[in-house]
Design a protein around this ligand. Structure first.
Ligand SMILES: Nc1nc2c(ncn2[C@@H]2O[C@H](COP(=O)(O)OP(=O)(O)OP(=O)(O)O)[C@@H](O)[C@H]2O)c(=O)[nH]1
Ligand SMILES: [Mg+2]
Length: 444
C-alpha cells in the first residue's frame, strides 16, 4: 500500500447535476462507508443507502459501490458514493467523511495511488488526464490508445532491446580483447543502429502525439502593415485583432485557439517588427520576438507587391533557426502584369486566395501524414525523454566506433535505458511525480 491514509474527494465537476460522485480510497474506505450508512456493505453489489450525518439525520440518499483492493482503480479498497449532484449536498457529505476519519485527497492522488500500486504506468495515468481534457476527437482517440497501453508497449520494447544490448556488451567485457572481435563488433553496431532507428520512429510519433495533445503554436511575424492581424482574423473566422492601415497597430500579443483539420492550433499575432522609438511599441516588439522564437512554426508575412525588402531579410536572418514559411500577402492588390515572388505562398486575407494551401502548410508542421497517423497521445515530457535516449544512443555509437570499448558504451546505454524508463515511470523521482500528479484535478 502506498499510504495508510484513507482519502476522499468529490469526483464529479462542481455544480448542479443529476448525480454527484464521491470517491473514497484506502484501508478504512469500507469501514467509513459503513458508518456513514449505518449498514453492512458488500463488495461488488450496487446498494441503495441513506447517507447519514452525525446526528443520524439523512444528508442524502444514493448508491454505494464497493471495490476490494487490489481489484479497484487505485489498488486499495475503494468506495464510490453516487448521490445527488448538488454542491452543498456534496460538501456536507464530504465534511461528514472527513469527520469519520478520511483525509481530503490531493489533486491526482487517486491516480497517483493507482500508479504506486502498479495498476497503471505513468503514461497511462497521464493519458487519463489527457483523455478527460482532450480538445478534439482525434486527441481523445489517441489518449485512449495511450491509456490502453499502446505507448507504454512501444517504450517497453525499446527498453528490452537496450537491456539486451547492455547484457551483450557487458558479457563481452568479461572476455579478453581478441575475443570481443569474436563476439562481433559489427553485430553490436548493427543492433545499436536499429535501436537508434526505432527510437527516432517513436520520437516522431510522440512529437505528433504531443502536437495533438498540446496544440501547435504558430506565430505570425512580419513588418508593420504586412497583413498579420488580417490573417489572424481570417483564420479565426472573426475580428479577433484590430486591423487598420496605420503601421504599428498591433502592440500586444494576441492568441487565438483554433482547430484546423482536427489539429489544435495556437495562432499568435504579434506587433510588426521594425526599429521604433516608441517605448510601448518597443515593448510590443520585444514580446513579439519572444513568442516568435518559441513557436513551433513561424509564418513570415511579406507584402507581395514590394516582395522581400532589406528589412524583411534582416528579420529572416534572425529567424534562421525557426521553421519559417514565407507568406506573400495582399495578392488581390497585385497589378495584373506583376509576377508574385515564387519562394513562398501567395495569399489574400481579403479574397481568401491561397488559404487552403496555407492551411495545408500549417497542418504539415504537425508531421508527415498529420495527426491521423498518431497512434498515441504524448506530452512534452515524453518527447524530451526520447530525445535524451536518442542522444545517449548516438553517443554510444560514437564512443564505440572510436574506441571499440564496450565499457564506455555500456554507460551510455545505461543512460538511454534510464531516460526511457522515466517515460513509463519505472525510473522516477519524487519531484517528477509531484509535478505530474499535482497538475491533475482533485478526485482524479
Ligand atoms: N487588399 C488587401 N488588403 C489587406 C490584406 N491584408 C491586409 N490588408 C490591409 O493592410 C492593412 C494592414 O493590415 P493589418 O492586418 O493590420 O497588418 P498588420 O501586419 O497586422 O500590421 P501591424 O499590426 O501594424 O503590424 C490594413 O489596411 C488591411 O486592410 C489583403 O489580403 N488584401
Ligand atoms: Mg496587426
Amino acid at each position: 500500500m502506498a499510504d495508510a491514509d484513507t482519502i476522499a474527494a468529490i469526483a464529479t465537476p462542481p455544480g448542479v447535476g443529476g448525480i454527484g460522485v464521491i470517491r473514497i480510497s484506502g484501508p478504512r474506505a469500507l469501514a467509513v462507508s459503513e458508518s456513514l450508512t449505518d449498514s453492512r456493505l458488500q463488495i461488488g453489489r450496487i446498494q441503495l443507502r441513506d447517507f447519514l450525518d452525525a446526528d443520524r439525520s439523512a444528508i442524502d440518499q444514493g448508491l454505494v459501490l464497493c471495490f476490494r483492493g487490489p481489484r479497484s482503480f487505485t489498488g486499495e479498497d475503494v468506495v464510490e458514493l453516487q448521490g445527488h449532484g448538488g454542491p452543498v449536498l456534496q460538501e456536507m457529505l464530504l465534511a461528514r467523511l472527513l469527520d469519520l476519519g478520511c483525509r481530503l485527497a490531493r489533486p491526482g492522488e487517486f491516480s497517483e495511488r493507482a500508479f504506486l500500486n502498479g495498476k497503471l504506468d505513468l503514461t497511462q495515468a497521464e493519458a487519463i488526464a489527457d483523455l478527460i481534457e482532450s480538445g478534439s476527437q482525434a486527441a481523445a482517440r489517441a489518449a485512449m490508445k495511450s491509456l490502453q497501453g499502446a505507448f507504454s508497449r512501444r517504450i517497453h520494447d525499446l527498453v528490452d532491446a537496450v537491456i539486451d544490448l547492455r547484457a551483450f556488451v557487458e558479457a563481452a567485457l568479461d572476455f579478453a580483447e581478441e575475443e570481443i572481435d569474436f563476439l562481433g563488433e559489427s553485430d553490436i553496431l548493427q543492433r545499436l543502429q536499429s535501436l537508434i532507428g526505432d527510437t527516432e520512429t517513436i520520437l516522431d510519433e510522440a512529437e505528433r502525439g504531443r502536437l495533438l495533445n498540446e496544440g501547435l503554436t504558430v506565430a505570425i511575424a512580419g513588418r508593420p502593415n504586412a497583413g498579420k492581424s488580417s490573417l489572424l482574423n481570417r483564420l479565426a473566422g472573426y475580428d479577433a485583432a484590430i486591423v487598420t492601415d496605420i503601421a504599428g497597430t498591433t502592440r500586444d500579443v494576441i492568441r487565438e485557439h483554433i482547430a484546423l483539420k482536427g489539429i489544435p492550433l495556437h495562432i499568435i499575432d504579434t506587433a510588426g517588427l521594425r526599429d521604433s522609438d516608441d517605448p510601448v511599441e518597443q515593448e510590443g516588439i520585444r514580446r513579439a520576438w519572444r513568442e516568435i522564437e518559441q513557436a513551433d512554426a513561424v509564418l513570415m508575412l511579406i507584402d507581395a507587391r514590394s516582395g522581400e525588402t532589406d528589412e524583411d531579410r534582416a528579420i529572416l536572418e534572425r529567424l534562421a533557426d525557426c521553421a519559417v514559411t514565407r507568406v506573400y500577402t495582399k495578392a488581390d492588390l497585385l497589378s495584373p502584369g506583376q509576377t508574385p515572388p515564387q519562394d513562398g505562398l501567395l495569399i489574400s486575407s481579403h479574397s481568401g486566395q491561397g488559404m487552403d494551401a496555407l492551411i495545408d502548410r500549417i497542418v504539415g508542421h504537425a508531421g508527415e501524414g498529420g495527426t491521423e497517423a498518431s497512434t498515441f497521445l504524448a506530452r512534452q515530457r515524453h518527447v524530451d525523454a526520447l530525445q535524451r535516449a536518442r542522444e545517449a544512443l548516438l553517443q554510444a555509437r560514437r564512443v564505440f566506433a572510436e574506441t571499440a570499448s564496450g565499457e564506455l558504451m555500456a554507460e551510455d546505454l545505461r543512460q538511454a535505458q534510464q531516460a526511457l524508463s522515466e517515460i513509463t515511470g519505472e525510473f522516477t523521482t519524487e519531484d517528477l511525480l509531484g509535478r505530474i500528479f499535482g497538475s491533475f484535478c482533485i478526485g482524479k
